[in-house]
Design a protein around this ligand. Structure first.
Ligand code: FE2
Length: 347
């Protein structure tokens, strides 16, 4: 697949000639286009929460949420600088909403998830219903739904945003609108979606299956309780410890059509077997401390840090204390396109 095609003066003249006609020779680029294994500029990296938080608070005094529309610092992969990407297919950033602020309502083609890092009591409104956000909650704002965020609490609120911006960019299918009001009108009581869809029950006669889960907040208290109960069984997957996938309760598919989300528990002292997969993955430790080897680099982590493992890099986690890791990737897309591949190493 990687022929070393010799450059002769005759060929060079030919390439120049066809270049003017917007043509190029496949035989010069085929090796770079069709690689034997995944090969992107995406690099392993870790952002320490404490360091990012200092910059976030500085941003908080520089610009209001209203003026910024969203006060976010983008987590730019060191190998993809200037592209607003944490992986080749995902965007991620840390958002800050200060007490009393509102991040005004808008909607767009891009699907978003929020994973709450710090603070308590701020809310996200999606299509007329509000959810109050607590640390560890996984909140979804589906494609083209109106959403705004407000913080009536006395504390700054910080969360991870992860969006499928590069996917939408790739398909050149982006639409966005501003709402005429800063905050949309609330038409249903807070927690209404969770009450209807979040307890292994569905409204009778419900036929409105959508590709995005109608449970738009998966509260950490319930996620954690599930892990805690499973832990009693003491059965650990060699590569993942105890790992669950967030699901759309109506379809059983991933909670979001473009971003797969996961939660995993690693017991104290657990060391995973090496694992690699084609979905570059963003990890957020929620509890505990440990380290993760990604390729030949080691990253020490604690709660609220964010780290990224590129496609097809070997990953090994080690937990010094019982640890819970949230993670997300483009796996739902890769699976549907029959591109997803994983390798469980020696497990
Ligand atoms: Fe948005």
């Amino acid at each position: 697949m990687d022929p070393q095609v010799k450059l002769t003066s005759e060929r060079e003249a030919f390439y120049r000639k066809i270049d003017g006609a917007h043509l190029s020779a496949l035989w010069n680029v085929m090796g770079a286009l069709i690689t034997p294994e995944p090969k992107s500029g995406c690099q392993p990296f870790l952002w320490s929460f404490d360091a990012v938080k200092d910059y976030m608070m500085e941003a908080g005094s520089l610009i209001t949420a209203k003026e910024a529309e969203r006060r976010v610092l983008i987590l730019e992969n060191p190998g993809l600088r200037g592209q607003s990407k944490i992986t080749t297919s995902l965007y991620a950033g840390i958002q800050l909403v200060m007490p009393g602020e509102v991040a005004p309502a808008h909607r767009h083609s891009q699907s978003a998830l929020r994973f709450v890092l710090e603070g308590s009591g701020a809310y996200t409104s999606v299509d007329g219903v509000r959810t109050v956000m607590e640390p560890g909650d996984f909140v979804i704002t589906p494609t083209m739904t109106w959403h705004d965020h407000g913080n009536p609490s006395a504390e700054p609120m910080l969360w991870l945003d992860c969006l499928d911006i590069p996917v939408v960019q790739f398909f050149d299918a982006s639409f966005a609108e501003q709402h005429e009001a800063d905050e949309q009108r609330i038409t249903r009581p807070a927690g209404d979606s969770y009450a209807r869809f979040g307890h292994n029950l569905l409204p009778v006669g419900f036929t409105g299956a959508t590709k995005t889960s109608p449970v738009f907040n998966y509260p950490y208290r319930d996620t954690r309780a599930a892990l805690e109960r499973m832990k009693a069984r003491d059965e650990w997957d060699a590569c993942h410890g105890l790992k669950l996938r967030y699901a759309n309760p109506v379809t059983g598919d991933y909670a979001m059509p473009t971003i797969g989300t996961f939660i995993q528990l690693l017991p104290k002292g657990f060391r995973t077997s090496r694992y690699r997969s084609t979905d570059a993955t963003v990890f957020v430790p929620v509890e505990g401390r440990g380290r993760t080897r990604i390729g030949d680099q080691m990253f020490e982590w604690g709660p609220k840090d964010v780290f990224v493992a590129p496609s097809w890099h070997w990953v090994t986690h080690e937990a010094d204390e019982e640890a819970v890791l949230f993670s997300c990737s483009d796996r739902p897309v890769q699976e549907k396109l029959e591109l997803f591949r994983e390798d469980r190493g020696n497990a």
